[in-house]
Design a binder for this molecule. Sequence first.
Ligand SMILES: Cc1cc2nc3c(=O)[nH]c(=O)nc-3n(C[C@H](O)[C@H](O)[C@H](O)COP(=O)(O)O)c2cc1C
Length: 303
Amino acid sequence: MADLSVDLGFCRLKNPLIPASGTFGYGEEFVPFMDLDIIGALVLKGIYRNARPGNPPPRLFETPAGLLNSIGLAGPGADELQGVIRRLSATTRTPIIVNVCGQDDAEFAEVAGIFAAMPEVAMLELNISCPNIKRGGACPAQDEKHTYRLVKRVKENIAKPLIVKLSPNAADIVAVARAAQEAGADALSLVNTFLGLAVDLEKRRPVFANTLAGLSGPAIKPLALRLVWEVCRQVRIPVIGMGGITSGKDVLEYILVGASAVQIGTVNFCEPAAAVRILAELEKEMEKLRLNNLNEIKGKLAV
Ligand SMILES: Cc1cc2nc3c(=O)[nH]c(=O)nc-3n(C[C@H](O)[C@H](O)[C@H](O)COP(=O)(O)O)c2cc1C
């Protein structure tokens, strides 16, 4: 059987499949659907310092092959999440990744410090790319100078591996990726959702209260794959690719363009045990392609 393990430099995962933030709850919700020990790692839903109610409904809107969301990062706040993580770590040995959010740089640093200090947390993912905010979807990951400043500040505050999550809505994602790397990021993950707009024709209004929302799912896969390919060619640190993955073949495509691992997001909503199926498909595809391990194709896209 093929070796599915992947090397992120600072740690090795047993396979490249990682449920994406915001699509896998806080892990516990998925225990009825799968053995959490089968996945490479898991990312929890984004967390701020204090509890947040999130945006008013509607929060989700389906598009052909995609999903628009404007959740507004509803969540319990850092104190309550620490208890959830302690419970979760008692049920699985799979590395737990906390998706760190902040309204400003100080909050990002504070939240990162809280979770980096927990022995149950393997690494952090800095969500500098969430577009669901009132300022027209602006986020630190749209600006390389802000990204550098923020990543440096957070990194100085913690002694845990830091993954920086990039936005597809940046004018120059490669410049932002390089800035994160120079500031000390241990890995990058991309992409977060693409800014989109849905309209209600009868009301002549946007569907979402915040006007814009984030698009995910198969509709974004070719766009995300292109961005992952471009970033992988320009950075030295590992890249975790995501956007529209629904099959084992999709996983191999991301690895082929240079990703070290992948995250699976929207597919978890229509198929809660998607990771189990995708893992089995990945094994079969590797057998078909006569791959002994994922390094044999990582970054080997011939162009
Ligand atoms: C409902 C929903 C909530 C999300 N919440 C978060 C979040 O809290 N933090 C984050 O970094 N990304 C969040 N994302 C983005 C996903 O983690 C992922 O980057 C994106 O959906 C692209 O992957 P996919 O096409 O496989 O879904 C969310 C996505 C969806 C659909």
